[in-house]
Write a protein of this length. Structure first.
Length: 715
């Protein structure tokens, strides 16, 4: 019996039994996003938004992650993943899962089309139109589409046209009526045309632009009989690899952005009725050795449905939410610096307005006592009040330094534009390290006051981006603590002058010592557990993929440390595996807002939550890239009030959420929605109705802790 048991027990040293695959875990995350499109508790257009998001997520995954694996296969790189899979094995598993996800997307779209139609919003494909809609669309086609599209014959006399990344086109098999000769024509959809055309009227009718071209193709090809057609869409490798010998980063990225538009084809989408002969032509001309080819029964490019979500139907959307301006700042008549001088402040976005961060910089720009501003910018958006404030400060004679990260994926072009605008205003623009991304979210303002200079700092978990700050949950921490000011100065000197700090007083910096700081705290929890003291770790991150961190958490679990992780996206850690991670549970929260803040809590010898707990906020996830190849910050929360707010409100509310939470099964890698065993709790609703952290540090303390059981057998 004992022999059989030992033989049947899984080998916990084998990679496939210790870790989940990174790429498949990400696809599982996107499946949870897609599940919200079928959530009957959400308004219909919000469900359509989740469907669109799942589509754009999948597009980026294909263009970056799958393209990288395909490149490894193409060049013969045999690097295995954390779970021991080769690139070829991963691609095979990914392709099967992506095909399944696309089928699920089309099923969700089919369901939503019917529900939306019952509410006066019609998303038309090949189905019939009313005579009035047909007449209007025909005229619109003649006036707005015909003049800008260019049919091109595909034959030896005409080179095969280049199809841009994300490009949509249609192929037509034609027969000339006068002599029955055959011709293949391609029509590419210009990127400036809208993805959907809305027919005027009280009831909204939307028709995708590619369907319009097919519907009225006869107007394009007079004298021909159309015997077959098909719509296709192309995704290309869109990653940018920075060469170490690049002498001019600005020039390099301008060139790289152009090259990205012509990357290797990584995915070809075809509609279900695509003509077989035309499909063979595409496969031959596009070079699809490692590409995924998907035939879609429905609509290609579901990310384009974001256009339909914009329909002005508030009854089919979430009730609008307006973030509250922080009470502490209002108590000081809007003076951000006076508020920070009184006491450290934490702001919880999007429940509390990001405008206070902008005001921090605006007031610094206008304040004659401010002598310098330093700001790290990873993503700032297309309309950025932060950029405007920095320009105003430089024009007012302040010393302003901006670290602009050119390697922020898909924001490279926008960041190049911001860098040029900042330089024109007199800002000293720094591009940071060639081989590391500067991902830290930090700004510092030096102000001349009685007795000398005082430094005010902002540390954030999210970007200085006006759009994402309305939908991402993040933390902004303001402090005038001199130790934080000195550490912030050391960090900026490291980025701008490569002056590596020999030590810091409070913060940890990646890739210098952030990993080591986390290890120290995990090791202390292990020591506490072995000494019979309370030992626990609570953490909230977006992803956990780093082998060293995972193994350390496994070690802590085996020592008796109770670990609860809120991991929104990728999780390579297997929770609840006997003999490996018995004391670890993992949940994921998917809801109205995108969980984005990173928080670590270490019990430090007392049951969580407690005043003795060591609390950190961070710009970094538990990923190799964040710990090894990015400049990041891990910021300790030492102010007692802010400590309680972050631990006993923000983090605890995430642990207690039941309505938006999914639990990870450590054996299968599948996620299941939390089954509530009592009164349901929605952390997003809680913070929308209790938006200000000020003065309620114990709002969730103790009252719900006994209900904390996040996996079978308890946490």
């Amino acid at each position: 019996m004992d022999t059989a048991t030992s033989t049947d027990a899984p080998d916990l040293t084998a990679p496939e039994n210790r870790y989940f695959n990174r790429e498949l875990s990400w696809l599982s995350f996107n499946e949870r996003v897609l599940a919200e499109a079928r959530n009957p508790a959400y308004p219909l257009l919000e469900r359509l938004r989740f469907l669109s998001i799942s589509g754009s997520n999948l597009d980026e995954f294909m263009m970056i992650r799958v393209a990288g694996l395909a490149g490894q296969v193409r060049t013969g790189v045999g690097r295995v993943s954390i779970d021991g899979k080769t690139p070829t094995q991963q691609l095979a598993a990914i392709k099967a899962k992506v095909s399944e996800l696309e089928r699920m997307q089309q099923a969700a779209l089919s369901e939503l089309r019917q529900l939306l139609a019952a509410n006066g919003i019609h998303i038309k494909g090949k189905d019939s139109l009313t005579p009035e809609a047909d007449s209007w669309l025909r005229a619109w086609f003649l006036d707005h589409i015909m003049p800008v599209i260019t049919p091109q014959a595909i034959d030896p006399a005409h080179p095969f046209p280049f199809v841009a990344n994300g490009g949509i086109g249609a192929l037509f098999n034609l027969v000339r009526e006068e002599d029955d000769s055959r011709l293949v024509e391609m029509v590419l959809v210009p990127s400036m045309l809208p993805r959907f055309v809305r027919v005027p009227g009280e009831e909204a009718t939307y028709v995708a632009i590619e369907r319009l071209i097919c519907r009225y193709a006869q107007l394009l090809f007079p004298g021909f009989r159309i015997e077959g057609d098909g719509v296709f869409r192309v995704l290309r490798d869109s990653d940018i690899e920075v060469e170490e010998e690049a002498e001019d980063l600005v020039r390099y990225f301008r060139s790289a952005i152009q090259r990205r538009r012509r990357g290797q084809v990584i995915m070809l989408e075809l509609d279900e009725s695509f003509d077989p002969a035309a499909e063979e032509l595409l496969r031959d001309k596009l070079g699809l050795e490692q590409a995924l080819v998907n035939k879609t029964i429905g609509m290609i490019g579901v990310s384009g449905l974001a256009k339909v979500v914009d329909e002005d139907r508030p009854d089919l959307k979430f009730t609008p939410y307006t973030p509250r301006y922080p009470e502490r700042v209002m108590e000081h008549d809007g003076d951000v610096f006076a508020s920070i001088r009184e006491k450290d402040i934490v702001i919880h976005h999007p429940y509390e307005s990001f405008e206070v961060v902008v005001d921090f910089l605006r007031q610094a720009a206008a304040d004659p006592a401010v002598v310098s501003i330093k700001q790290a910018l990873y993503r700032a958006g297309q309309q950025s009040p932060v950029i405007n404030a920095l320009c105003a400060a430089a024009e007012a004679g302040k010393s302003v330094t901006a670290v602009v990260e050119l390697k922020a994926r898909f924001d490279e072009e926008q960041n190049l534009k911001w860098a040029a605008e900042l330089e024109r205003a007199g800002v000293q623009v720094i591009y940071g390290f060639i081989d590391w991304k500067t991902h830290a979210k930090i700004s510092m303002v030096v102000r001349e006051e009685e007795g000398g200079y005082r430094t005010y700092c902002h540390f954030g978990t999210g970007n200085y981006h006006p759009v994402t700050t309305k939908i991402y949950t993040d933390l902004s921490y303001f402090t005038a603590d001199p130790a934080f000011g000195r550490d912030a100065a050391r960090l900026f000197n490291f980025i701008t002058g490569y002056v590596e700090p020999q030590q810091t007083e409070l913060i940890a910096i990646s890739p210098l010592n952030l990993r080591e700081r986390l290890y120290e705290h995990i090791d202390q929890e292990i020591a506490n557990a072995e000494a019979g003291k309370p030992a626990a770790i609570w953490a909230k991150v977006n992803s956990i993929t780093e082998k060293g961190i995972i193994d350390r958490l496994y070690e802590a679990s085996q020592a008796g440390v109770h670990i609860v992780l809120v991991v929104r996206g990728i999780c390579c850690l297997r929770p609840g595996v006997p003999g490996l991670s018995d004391n670890i549970s993992v949940k994921s929260i998917i809801g109205r807002f995108l969980e984005h803040s990173r928080i670590w809590a270490f019990a430090n010898g007392e049951p969580l939550p407690s005043d003795r707990a060591r609390i950190y906020i961070s710009s970094a996830d538990a990923m190799s890239r964040n710990l090894n190849r990015r400049v990041e910050t891990l910021v300790p929360i030492v102010n007692p009030t802010v400590h309680d707010q972050v631990l006993e409100q923000v983090l605890l509310a995430n642990l207690l959420d039941t309505e938006q939470s999914w639990l990870l099964d450590g054996e299968t890698g599948e996620y299941e929605r939390v089954e509530d065993d009592g009164e349901p709790f929605n952390c997003h609703d809680y913070f929308m109705t209790n938006p200000s952290l000020s003065g309620r540090g114990g709002a969730l303390k103790d009252s719900r802790v006994p209900r904390l059981s996040l996996r079978k057998g308890g946490a």
